[in-house]
Design a binder for this molecule. Structure first.
Ligand code: 5AD
Ligand code: SF4
Length: 459
């Protein structure tokens, strides 16, 4: 859909990399540009504005951005020959960390903006259309972007049955390896009233599950209407009182912020799903210390123990980094042991990659690449065994599944178990948006298949 002459409508194409927070931010940028006439389009050549929402967390992020920019330059030039302008914007964490370099290497970029300044996007677009040069805005402004972004009218995630809601941003933890405190800035929480209002709108628009997002979501401390500051547990309690909201999840958490109230919430709130992504990164105290994580392996195990006391079936997920500077074979073995001790339902694992400007990047004793490769392989093999074992243990059980959309095969619908497992069944589209019991029949590579209990009863 291209803008016809005289038409106020303009095409907007957003390319998103990285975490769910970026997915959420892309939806918000689309929202702030709507009043200017921008509507989403599927391809860059139909777009009057293209935004690359970037991620800087691991390797080669900037290179990916530059190669995409190379492709977009061709599109921009082609459109220019037809007299059509294309505003190119680079947003997100690469923009924050490497804004000046982007403009130096890709001078055809019009706007560079960091994650804290999305509410100023309309003004930047106006300036970019007037100015000859590029507009750069990677401040950490005193005003909060949460105070300026419009509340959405409807969930922006496809399907809308499960929605993501950012409640917290930034991080003050300064893990040795991580760019987030530099790109996303200091920890900040959104006020309770605004979170509840957005959640209600999402539910009105059909959401049955909301995942609360934040880089350090369990550090949440939002100003509440009662004049107090609420933690995540209190917020989850208030959310669980919203009629029609059946499921609440949150991600990503830090072990240090897993307080008693939040552990108790896993026992007391049926809507709080029995799944927790709680990154530990390493099982070696020496490396945890070098990473500045602020906890030991034993403290993590103790947390897991208390969570399982509160909610015995809770499924655990984690992030791991292998090859952090200084990691020896013994350190790596301690990580393997922690994994054996916990038993994870799923996990993400990465080779350490130096991020410029972070303390670990300059550390002595960088681990050679082949050693990292071997460690990652061994770690992933162990995690795969655990994930399969966790999924196998649900075969034969009946689980409530929230159906979110059609499956890949005709006549199939798919959804999620309480433990975030993907589940496919043969069933009618009318069940999409509903929670229905499914008897799990089989484990596939990364999902489960089953049969609808209701249908069997009537068969
Ligand atoms: N190298 C490798 N992995 C990293 N992560 C963050 N920074 C780095 C890095 N420099 C991983 C951590 C974090 C996840 C989102 O990405 O495991 O929890
Ligand atoms: Fe990065 Fe550590 Fe903050 Fe997580 S807790 S965002 S890994 S600095």
């Amino acid at each position: 859909m291209d803008a016809a002459p005289g038409d106020m409508r303009k095409g907007l194409h957003v390319i998103t990399w990285g975490c769910q927070m970026n997915v959420y931010d892309s939806a918000r940028m689309t929202d702030v540009l709507r009043p200017l006439g921008y509507r989403p389009v599927d391809t860059p050549d139909a777009a009057d504005m293209v935004i690359l929402n970037t991620c800087h967390i691991r390797d080669r992020a900037a290179e990916k951005v530059f190669s995409e920019l190379g492709r977009l330059r061709v599109v921009k030039d082609a459109r220019a020959t037809q007299g059509r302008r294309t505003v190119l914007a680079v947003a997100g964490c690469v923009a924050q960390a490497e804004g000046r370099e982007i403009l130096a290497r890709a001078p055809f970029v019009d706007i560079v903006l960091g994650p804290q300044t999305y509410h100023r996007l309309p003004e930047m677009v106006a300036r970019a259309s007037r100015a000859a040069g590029a507009v750069i805005d990677t401040d950490f402004p005193a005003e909060q972007k949460f105070d300026f972004l419009p509340d959405t009218q409807a969930p922006q995630t496809p399907g809308g049955v499960t929605s993501f809601l950012t409640i917290q941003e930034g991080c003050d933890k300064f893990c040795s390896f991580c760019v987030v405190p530099y790109t996303r800035g200091a920890e900040a929480s959104r006020p309770v009233a605004s979170v509840l209002a957005e959640a209600r709108r999402m539910v009105d628009a059909g959401a049955r599950e909301i995942t609360l997002l934040g880089q350090n979501v369990n550090a949440y401390h939002g100003a509440a209407p009662d004049g107090r500051v609420w933690g995540l547990a209190r917020l989850a309690e208030a959310l669980s009182a919203i009629p029609g909201l059946a499921r609440i999840r949150y991600t990503t958490s830090h072990p240090r912020d897993m307080d008693d109230a939040l552990i108790a919430a896993h026992r007391d709130l049926p809507a709080l799903m029995p799944f927790l992504h709680l990154p530990v990164q390493s099982g070696s105290d020496r490396i945890l210390d070098a990473m500045n994580r602020g906890h030991t392996a034993a403290q993590y195990l103790e947390l897991v123990h208390r969570l399982r006391e509160a909610r015995p079936d809770i499924a655990l997920s984690s992030d791991f980094i292998v090859g952090h500077p200084g990691e020896t074979d013994a350190d790596f073995e301690a990580t393997m042991q922690l994994i054996r001790d916990v038993g994870f339902a799923q996990a993400f694992s990465f080779k350490y990659s130096p991020r410029p400007g972070t303390p670990a990047a300059g550390a002595a004793l960088q681990v050679p690449e082949p050693v990292k490769d071997a460690r990652l392989q061994a770690l992933q093999a162990l995690l795969r065994t655990q994930q399969d074992a966790f999924n196998d243990a649900t075969v034969g059980r009946t689980l409530p599944v929230l159906f979110t959309g059609r499956g890949r095969k005709p006549g199939q619908i798919s959804g999620r178990s309480p433990y975030l497992q993907a589940v496919h069944v043969d069933g009618p589209d009318s069940l999409i948006g509903q929670i229905t019991d499914v008897e799990i029949a089989e484990r596939l590579t990364n999902s489960l298949s089953g049969t609808l209990v209701q249908e069997r009863a009537f068969a």
